[in-house]
Design a protein around this ligand. Structure first.
Ligand code: MG
Length: 392
């Protein structure tokens, strides 16, 4: 018997015609007006701009969870991003949403991440807190696309549409208008469009399954533990084994991860379609004014998602193995941050010129956040040489 509910697209997921809540209108407006493109839509142009940006290329050199010390076939932030994009696009299609907007948001969703994964982000945030500031990767991503990317003669940044910029800011976090007056253009008191809501959970689906896979391949996660502690995995593994009783364990593991992904995505699509239908949601305005986010898992799947995530924190993200691999990263970020904040004259000219405007801590954080793992390690090695006593 095939397990159709986990292997095939869920039935009834597609929204009735007219309920697609298309993200259009002011969402396609740009800060600097540009003539329409002869054959590409505004969100298709934005997708191209993101893919051609430097920040996007640098994702290849940034740690997702495993550093390159582990293996070159584990996910980098770039391949994670591509997985989020394909999951988001498939779900947007099933829900009748704007696939180009969803894909563009997925491709941009991690461009604001510093080197060394979450360890790097925490180190940068800790350093900024001493100056009464925070590091927030969504807000950093907005700074990248609004000003740091220098490609076009007519404007700074990528001049992305309002819909993409709003999604970059709001896909995973709701900011208060009182605390962030600089974000007032982004409808802070209102919900983001469904495409942006989708990205947050497409990201979760992508990393929960990918990290299970990479963690197992790295030998950190054990099959017996996964089956004992993660119901989502255990059910997927059992369904794979009953379908392929003689298959090798590794193949059953792969099949289980694939079924986990389909189970999560299918549940999200069905539950979101149900909520749209039950709420009588037909316009973007209704999405914006809905009392909570509309894109959600069922309560039971949400429970299983949380259980899976908690397990990954306990057994993988906080494991000694991974902590050791990222052991030096906090010191590297801290040393370089302190060095450049103390002596901004050592910064590259483009950043140095911003110190008078933004203050050294913010500019240094921007500079560090843009680096790949490899580049910041190189910078740190150079810095270490300057720390040796003269004549040593
Ligand atoms: Mg992500």
């Amino acid at each position: 018997m095939t397990n159709s509910d986990q292997s095939n697209p869920p039935e009834g997921a597609r929204l009735p015609a007219g309920c697609a809540v298309p993200a259009i209108g002011p969402l396609t407006e740009r800060e600097h007006a540009e003539p329409a493109h002869p054959y590409r839509s505004p969100f298709q142009r934005d997708r191209a701009r993101v893919i051609h940006s430097r920040a996007f290329r640098r994702l290849a050199g940034k740690t997702q969870v495993f550093t390159h010390r582990y293996s070159d076939h584990f996910r980098s932030r770039l391949t994670h991003t591509m997985e989020v994009a394909q999951i988001a696009r498939a779900m947007a299609n099933a829900l009748g949403l704007n696939e180009d907007l969803a894909e563009t948001l997925a491709l941009a969703h991690d461009v604001g991440h510093p080197p060394f994964g979450h360890a790097g982000e925490r180190a940068l945030d800790d350093a900024l807190r001493e100056f009464g500031m925070h590091f927030d990767h969504n807000l950093h991503a907005l700074r990248i696309v609004e000003s740091f990317e220098i490609r076009y003669a007519a404007f700074p940044g990528l001049n992305l549409t309002l819909g993409v910029r709003e999604g970059i800011v709001k896909h995973s976090h709701d900011y208060s208008a009182a605390e962030h007056p600089e974000l007032r253009a982004y409808f802070l008191d209102l919900r983001p469009p469904l495409e942006a809501q989708l990205i947050d959970l497409a990201d979760e689906i992508a990393y929960l399954t990918a990290d299970t896979e990479d963690g197992f391949e790295a030998g950190i996660l054990k099959l017996s533990e996964l089956r004992r502690r993660v119901e989502l995995f255990a059910r997927a593994f059992e369904s794979a084994r009953s379908q392929y009783p003689g298959a090798a364990e590794k193949l059953l593991f792969n099949e289980a991860v694939r079924r986990m992904l389909n189970t999560l995505a299918g549940d999200l699509i069905r539950e979101t379609a149900r909520r749209v239908a039950d709420g009588g949601i037909e316009t973007l305005e209704q999405v914006r004014r809905f009392p909570e986010r509309i894109v959600q898992f069922t309560p039971e799947m949400e429970r299983q998602r949380r259980e899976t995530k908690q397990y990954l924190y306990d057994a993988l993200y906080n494991s000694k193995d991974l902590q050791r691999a990222l052991h030096d990263s906090t010191a590297i970020v801290r040393d370089l941050f302190t060095c450049w904040v103390t002596e901004p004259a050592l910064l590259p000219a483009a950043y140095r010129s911003q110190v008078g405007v933004e203050g050294a801590p913010r500019v240094v954080a921007d500079y560090i956040a843009g680096m790949t793992d490899n580049y910041i390690q190189q910078q740190h090695r150079q810095w270490l040489k300057t720390q040796r006593p003269s004549g040593a």
